[in-house]
Design a protein around this ligand. Structure first.
Ligand code: PLP
Length: 471
């Protein structure tokens, strides 16, 4: 009552406010859906707001019907999920902000099955004894990469942290100056090295690092040699970096392990799929890397995870690090990862079954045909204010995989007839506010909707929503 200064002449204005109990009497559907406590809490908040409003403007609408309607809307809004599916028309297939890889069907089924029931996560069904949660994926990783052993953690950043903390704590690690990368705001190789407890020894120059530079950096404090995939940029021009095979030989001469942070974790020959060349985990291991770290949700096309594959003795040491427990994978991720990896056993059907590769390998002609089919529909929905045309564009692989190479694609290119940027921004906002938000890309005074990632189900959703948007 005393929250707001009250004019004594006006004290009666609050009398028109309905009581909470009276309001509740007519809110059975809301109580049924969200519970009496939540509805009461919401009404209290609205009444408090109305008191403040009445103090300023005694004629504010505070009828019971209005309050109930507001409460109903507020309860629904508060209950709506915050994390929702979107339609990714950005042209970036593995978009970190949009959740990276889309999981294959088999992984989705495995996740929900293991989540809905007790499972043999850490239970050996043959022996009836305690089991190892990694047994569900380790064999698969070894089979597909040729590694002796493997372990898994929460993401590749965690993999790098754990490997360095295990193998190089309190010692030195030479890394080429050309490979001191930042991947997204918070993952910088120098910072991760520092937090993992080892000392970075910057080696060579930004554009050129020679084998001799590594040789000069090695001393009795050196723990290992490390090579980092320059995922999200490329040093071009007068450049030189040292191949894994050369580095492996040098590491061997000094009895040091060679660790390669590969980032993407590609498991198949990309050129055979018509994609830009990207070395596979098996190739890097065959070239002499002792430990390779890579992500589960980049080119591999699975759930967020960090995979560590390599020499059995080193993997055993990594697995025994007490930090491992803090970084371990949960059962749903393990289930999804196992099913994703199994798809690689059947290369002939892999591209069809694994959404990441399916989207990356879509024929430009197909995408263009889809764009031509959609163009009149989208034009009709957007009305006279915009021109929708079919245009060639370039998709990106994303997530720091193959930063320079792009894939030819087709887009709906939307320009405002007014030529006004505000009209374009308003359209972009409207598309983002749709029930299944549509995310495009502003580029050269146009909104580009790259159709590479628009598969059949989402195309249906897009069309239905756009018709609702029609002016
Ligand atoms: C992406 C990437 C990382 C980080 O991997 P996350 O799975 O995102 O944690 C680390 N190193 C390299 C080289 C990468 O490309």
């Amino acid at each position: 009552m005393q929250d707001h200064p009250i004019d004594p002449d006006n004290v009666n204005i609050y009398r028109q406010l309905p009581g909470i109990d009276a309001l509740l009497l007519e809110m059975s559907p809301e109580i049924e859906t969200w519970g009496r406590e939540a509805v009461t809490h919401c009404l209290r908040g609205l009444i408090a707001d109305l008191r403040a409003a009445l103090a300023n403007d005694p004629s504010s609408d505070c009828s019971a019907a209005t309050i109930r309607q507001r409460a109903s809307r507020a309860l629904a809004a508060a209950d709506a999920p915050s994390l929702v599916p979107v339609i990714n028309l950005t042209g970036t297939v593995l978009h970190t902000n949009l959740g990276r890889a889309i999981l294959p069907e088999a992984a989705l089924e495995a996740m929900s099955m293991v989540a809905a029931s007790a499972s043999n996560l850490e239970f050996d069904l043959d022996r009836g004894t305690r089991g190892d949660r990694e047994s569900h994926v380790e064999g698969l990783i070894c089979e597909l990469t040729g590694a002796q052993a493997a372990t898994v953690v929460n993401n590749n950043a965690a993999a790098v942290l754990l490997v360095l903390n295990t193998l190089a704590l309190g010692r030195e690690v030479p890394v080429s100056r050309g490979e001191l990368v930042e991947i997204g705001g918070s993952f910088r190789i120098p910072d991760v090295m520092q937090r993992s407890g080892c000392t970075l020894v910057e080696t060579g120059a930004t554009n050129r690092t020679h084998l001799k530079d590594y040789r000069d950096a090695i001393n009795e404090h050196t723990a290992l040699l490390m090579k980092v995939h320059t995922s999200n940029y490329r040093v071009q021009g007068f450049t030189r970096s040292v191949e894994e095979s050369e580095l492996a030989q040098l590491a061997d001469e000094h009895d040091l392990p060679l660790v390669v942070d590969l980032g993407s974790g590609n498991l198949v020959d990309f050129t055979a799929l018509g994609l830009p060349e990207e070395r596979t985990v098996s190739q890097v291991l065959a070239d002499g890397a002792d430990v390779v770290t890579f992500s589960g949700d980049k080119l591999l096309g699975g759930p967020q995870a960090g995979l560590i594959a390599g020499r059995a003795d080193l993997i055993e040491a990594i697995r025994s690090n007490p930090l491992k427990r803090a970084l371990r994978l949960d059962k749903m991720t393990l289930a999804a990862l196992a099913e994703t990896l199994k798809l690689y056993r059947d290369p002939a059907r892999l591209v069809q079954r694994l959404p990441t590769l399916r989207l990356l390998t879509r024929e430009t002609g197909d995408i263009r045909a889809q764009a031509e089919q959609l163009q009149p529909v989208v034009q009709a929905s957007l009305g006279d204010g915009f021109t929708v045309s079919v245009a060639d564009c370039q998709s990106q692989i994303g997530s720091g995989s193959l930063p320079v190479e792009t894939l030819p694609s087709a887009a709906l290119c939307v320009t405002p007839c007014s030529g006004e940027d505000t009209d374009l921004r308003n359209l972009q906002d409207a598309l983002r506010q749709l029930p299944v938000p549509v995310i495009g890309r502003l580029h050269r005074q146009a909104l580009w909707l790259d159709l590479r990632c628009l598969e059949a189900t989402q195309q249906g959703q897009l069309v239905a929503q756009l018709q609702a948007l029609a002016p």
